[in-house]
Write a protein that binds this ligand. Structure first.
Ligand SMILES: Nc1ncnc2c1ncn2[C@@H]1O[C@H](COP(=O)(O)OP(=O)(O)OP(=O)(O)O)[C@@H](O)[C@H]1O
Length: 237
């Protein structure tokens, strides 16, 4: 297996009002914060990696494999969004089970896997509940349980804590850190919070105006004072 989890080379995305250009390499097994001002290109970067957005040109590789022509479901990637990760009409167990079998063909072994994943995220016994009856933090943990049973090597977290209060944010952060240690996967996490960066990430991909302008180890990133956009993000102004 490649020791590079993700490689983007000359990846260009063109919209009517903006052209974005991404180049980066992320070693396997890292937690990488993806930060930058609103409109800098964070969501577009994720959409390109997950296969929801087709670049005009360039090379997207995950664990060495070329992703050209691979549909989102065929990529070795799981994505958790800020909200709306779950099907409201399916109970919690089914929502997690979809991660194992999209047709929900679940035998006893698969159902046991679902139960174990729910227990791991602190939701044992929640299998029969419907998502609208859960708190925001519980819903995000269900989404995390589904990502766990999928065992994809790359996990994209698009502001997964944004809708949560500070206590729950910190709980989710710890859970993600623990799961990362167990799985050894690679995580990219969009965040607007310097605390998430400091407490969870190994490195930071920083975007400005549709370009990745920095990819630094965390200690180096926190010391930077040379880019106005990073200063604004870190509150150094
Ligand atoms: N589908 C689209 N059509 C046209 N322009 C788009 C589209 N998606 C994104 N853009 C433009 O691309 C740029 C980057 O947007 P993107 O949503 O990736 O930024 P972001 O960093 O995720 O912002 P935010 O933090 O506000 O979510 C912006 O100028 C945006 O207007």
């Amino acid at each position: 297996m490649s020791s590079t989890a993700l490689s983007l080379k000359g990846v260009e995305v063109r919209f009517e009002t903006a052209t974005l250009l991404f180049d980066c390499e992320v070693p396997a097994g890292r937690i990488v914060a993806v930060a930058g001002a609103s409109g800098s290109g964070k969501s577009t970067l994720f959409n390109v990696i997950a296969g929801f957005e087709q670049p005009e040109r360039g090379d997207v590789r995950i664990l060495g494999e070329d992703m050209a022509g691979r549909l989102p479901g065929e990529r070795p990637v799981s994505v958790i969004f800020q909200e709306h990760n779950l099907f409201a009409h399916l109970d919690v167990a089914a929502n997690v089970g979809l991660g194992i079998s999209p047709a929900l063909r679940l035998g006893p072994a698969e159902r046991a896997q679902v139960e174990a994943a729910l227990a791991r995220v602190g939701l044992a016994g929640f299998g029969g509940r419907l998502p609208p009856t859960l708190s925001g933090g519980e819903r995000q943990r269900v989404a995390l349980a589904r990502a766990m049973v999928r065992h994809r090597p790359l996990l994209l977290l698009d502001e997964p804590f944004a809708a949560l209060d500070p206590g729950m944010r910190s709980e989710m952060r710890n859970l993600i850190g623990d799961l990362h240690e167990e799985e050894g996967n690679t995580i990219l996490m969009i965040t607007h919070y310097p605390d998430d960066v400091k407490l969870l990430a190994d490195s930071v991909l920083f975007l400005d105006q549709g370009r990745i302008v920095a990819h630094d180890d965390i200690a180096h990133f926190l010391e930077r004072r040379d880019l106005a956009a990073i200063n604004r993000f870190l509150g150094n102004e």
